[in-house]
Design a protein around this ligand. Structure first.
Ligand SMILES: Cc1cc2nc3c(=O)[nH]c(=O)nc-3n(C[C@H](O)[C@H](O)[C@H](O)COP(=O)(O)O)c2cc1C
Length: 284
């Protein structure tokens, strides 16, 4: 418990750590100060940012980072830590929920099924295009090691007209005017400054960053806002292009929306819970 200057003692909120491997969870678990209340074990196919692979970075022919067996979490070791954990990445089905239980997990965490449902904030045209391309077997979602200013690999869907498209990215005026992913640095005069490797490279270098850090970075602040239909409008009718992230395993679509139509979040929950209630209620 922390004592603040305010009216009463502050309670530490419950914290779930996002980890990729049990070694990281074990490291946090060693000290009471850093011990989380549980963990989400995110596989490298999960949407958004991921941990880098162990060992040297290698790309396949589509520009997707290559992960290997050492990147697969050992859930027995996770369970041995004695804290609850949830498995994330390609887990959208009641079979996966059952398997997670057998592996000692408290459950699963899903994201993409809700990112693509009709209630999602993802701009409708992008959502439909993702679904259509996936069902046609034409969608590539890459773990891009360079795109994110955070320098964590970031899943980008290869859609034309988005920042994943080299032409669209090259045509974009490189501005970083939202600043949600900025990092702090100490200026020459000892003050605190802010920089982001996705801002104009010259500005980044002027602030003590390197050209190497700036190479290939995309402005996720502008790109992700554009993906939910809130792209900034620039002079001469230019609108910021989106960047689209999703998980790499969208196999659930063949069950929930085989004809490529809209589906609801409820359909996602039904797929996750199918048969589980009946099994839980069945006499033993
Ligand atoms: C649009 C979107 C953005 C996400 N962004 C992040 C992120 O920045 N960092 C992160 O650790 N996980 C992120 N996630 C992962 C989710 O929290 C969740 O673990 C993941 O979606 C589960 O895998 P699934 O997408 O295969 O269901 C994101 C997921 C989606 C769909």
């Amino acid at each position: 418990m922390l004592r603040g200057a305010g009216p009463g003692p502050l309670r530490r909120p419950r914290v779930l750590a996002i980890v990729s491997l049990p070694a990281l969870a074990a490291y946090l678990n060693r000290d009471e100060e850093t011990r989380p209340d549980g963990s989400v074990v995110e596989g490298y196919s999960a949407g958004g940012h991921s941990a880098p692979p162990r060992g040297p970075l290698r790309l396949d022919e589509r520009g997707d980072l290559v992960y290997g067996p050492r990147d697969a979490p050992d859930f027995t070791r996770m369970a041995a830590l004695g804290l609850p954990f949830w498995i994330a990445g390609g887990q959208c089905g009641s079979d996966q929920v059952r398997r997670a239980g057998v592996a000692g997990a408290a459950g699963v965490q899903v994201g993409s099924v809700f990112a693509l449902c009709e209630e999602s904030g993802l701009e409708g045209g992008l959502r439909r295009e993702l679904i259509e391309r996936e069902l046609a077997g034409e969608l590539t979602v890459r773990n891009d090691p360079a795109a994110s200013p955070t320098s964590f690999p970031f899943k980008v869907a290869d859609l034309p007209g988005t920042l994943a498209d080299a032409g669209t990215s090259a045509a974009r005026n490189r501005v970083g005017d939202l600043g949600h992913l900025r990092t702090l640095y100490r200026t020459d005069r000892g003050a605190i400054g802010y920089r982001c490797p996705a801002e104009p490279a010259a500005a980044h270098v002027r602030k003590g960053g390197t050209l190497e850090e700036a190479e290939g970075r995309q402005c996720l602040c502008n790109g992700l806002l554009a993906a939910v239909g809130l792209g900034r409008r620039r002079p001469r009718g230019v609108v910021e292009p989106p960047v689209v992230t999703t998980g790499q395993d969208l196999g659930f679509l063949r069950h929930i929306a085989p004809d490529g139509g809209e589906y609801s979040a409820e359909a996602g929950v039904r797929r996750l819970s199918a048969g589980l209630v009946e099994e839980a209620l069945a006499p033993v």
